[in-house]
Design a protein around this ligand. Structure first.
Ligand code: PGA
Length: 279
């Protein structure tokens, strides 16, 4: 009963659900067209029909924030669609921490902003595995905030740390490093809890564990001065499990890898989120 009340309380104050995709190194520019040519008409049809017949409130739709992190090379086409359908925003999967200079191969916050890409993922475990350190992640976050951009900061423990019950220790270290000396614009940072062992494996984190860990992350963020911390879950999210994550009452949405590649599956997760918020 207490649990039920707690979840209800959380839901009532839930202002937004973030339905975010991460395409990783997938989709050629041509594939971008077929993805959005499927997603956008179906998304519009759903919203028009459901808001017209009163099944879903327009205010609920407004609370859904849809962001897709695409490869740089796909941004041109993806942006054309995002300009046409404002409910969809395009993000980067990574960014460099300087705005210009001799940094071969890098893309800066200023460059992204110049093409209306105002959000970037930072610290994804796949980039950490390529050598990205907490210090670099911290610099990237500061560089994005300096440009008034939004940050999706990924944190998560590996299988070994999970088994040894080191999860919270690892997450605290990652948060401490990433958020070091960040004093303002905290509302522009969303944290994505992505247990490494659950990414791309089909082995999603149990709802109870995700709930416990995300509560912990939020409490650490509050200690760091976040007034209303936003934390999403990522790791084998699909249309079958997404509602159960939301029902934990503490999860503000998703960062979706594999299931974001398929426009129908991505839309189903969006619809599940709309239904959940509308209740
Ligand atoms: P997944 O990836 O949904 O395929 O597990 C999530 C991510 O890495 O962001």
């Amino acid at each position: 009963m207490k649990e039920e009340q707690e979840n209800k309380g959380n839901k009532e104050k839930q202002e937004k659900i973030y339905v975010m995709g991460n395409w990783k190194m997938n989709k050629l520019p041509g594939d971008v067209l077929s993805f959005f040519d499927k997603l956008i008409p179906n998304l519009r049809k759903y919203i028009n029909e459901k808001t017209k017949n009163g099944d879903i409130k327009l205010s609920t739709i407004k609370k859904l924030e849809t962001i897709i992190a695409v490869p740089y090379i796909d941004m041109f086409y993806a942006n054309l669609y995002a300009n046409e359908e404002k409910r969809i925003k395009i993000a980067a999967q990574d960014v460099f921490y300087k705005n210009e200079g001799s940094y071969t191969g890098e893309i800066s916050p200023m460059m992204l902003k110049s093409i209306d890409v105002n959000t970037s993922i930072v610290g994804h475990s796949e980039r950490r595995a390529m050598g990205e350190t907490g210090d670099i992640i911290n610099k990237k976050i500061k560089a994005l905030l300096d440009e008034n951009m939004k940050v999706i900061l990924c944190i998560g423990e590996n299988a070994e740390d999970f088994k040894k019950e080191n999860t919270k220790k690892v997450l605290k270290k990652e948060l401490d490093e990433a958020l070091k000396d960040i004093s303002d614009k905290k509302e522009d940072i969303i944290v994505a809890y992505e247990p490494i062992w659950a990414i791309g494996t089909g082995e999603s984190c149990s709802y109870d564990i995700a709930k416990d860990v995300i509560k912990y992350i939020k409490s650490e963020m509050i200690k760091k001065g976040f007034s209303d911390p936003k934390v999403v879950y990522g790791g084998s999210v699909n249309s079958e499990n997404s509602t159960s994550y939301l029902e934990t009452g503490v999860i503000d949405g998703f960062l979706i890898g594999t299931s974001s590649l398929n426009p129908n599956e991505f839309l189903k997760i969006y619809i599940n989120s709309a239904k959940f918020l509308n209740k």
